[in-house]
Ligand binder design. Sequence first.
Ligand code: NDP
Length: 313
Amino acid sequence: RKGNVVVTGASSGLGLATAKALAETGKWHVIMACRDLLKAERAAKSAGIAKENYTVMHLDLASLDSVRQFVDNFRRSERPLDVLVCNAAVYLPTAKEPTFTAEGFELSVGTNHLGHFLLSRLLLLDDLKKSDYPSKRLIIVGSITGNTNTLAGNVPPKANLGDLRGLAGGLNGLNSSSMIDGGEFDGAKAYKDSKVCNMLTMQEFHRRFQEETGITFASLYPGCIATTGLFREHIPLFRLLFPPFKSTSPRALSPNMKPEKGLLSDPSLTKSGVYWSWNKDSASFENQLSQEASDADKARKVWEISEKLVGLA
Ligand code: NDP
């Protein structure tokens, strides 16, 4: 049978490129999990994805109700789940004030981390686990910007989750800070913090569930692709200056996400708990994470607080 892969945020950028590449192999049915159904349908059509190879399903990661609804709808479709790609993200580097999800969490961490956390917890435990596919995978798209042991990760403001006091307080900007570390709102930092949470979550999943489920958990650096929608909120000057730096990777599809060779199905890349990067020959290699992004104690704490925030504990 065909593999079934859920890709969040498949209506543009890397998610769309990944959906298209997977669909074109003829070996995958792609469930495009998107907040804007019309946009997703149009994107799939204009990318030329054949109708029989994809389904668009509604998912707004900025609402936990929507996440639960998506899980219900997905189950009703009675498709097995073989691979889940947590790709969607918002990036609000120029925002002066925080904005919030339906439940009142700061939008970047609420969407990128908490929405995906609930989604993968619900789908993973009950659906992915049941799959009889030879290689079941949960891929969480990370970022070098959340990784302070790299040059790009050291551009201020740096990611820093501190003692998690803002997260523990619910990131609501009322009786708690909207930032995980309890500091002043900073949109660029909130995004980077959310990506550190993504990478910590992937490792905690690995520690808690790899042995029991046989699922491969991985995160990856997709490369710097300034042409995707992620930078839509960025200052025009940045968008103008940025392309020369990424001229070596003018594509929206990261080598890590290529079907056959990439993380989604390459039989040689089944090592779990790894953050992957890729070299100039497009070969994937295991990357070193920053101290904070590989801190097992912090990963456990982020997990436990997140469980409470999304109503799982
Ligand atoms: P895009 O902005 O093009 O894609 C982001 C996707 O996320 C869009 O489809 C968007 O939907 C979706 N999305 C945003 N909010 C929600 C929500 N509440 N519910 C559901 N979907 C939502 O960016 P990229 O393709 O560049 O980013 C993809 C991933 O790659 C992200 O995880 C990002 O952090 C990561 N990344 C990207 C880098 C780059 O250079 N581009 C570098 C490092 C990491 P809609 O189409 O409706 O807006």
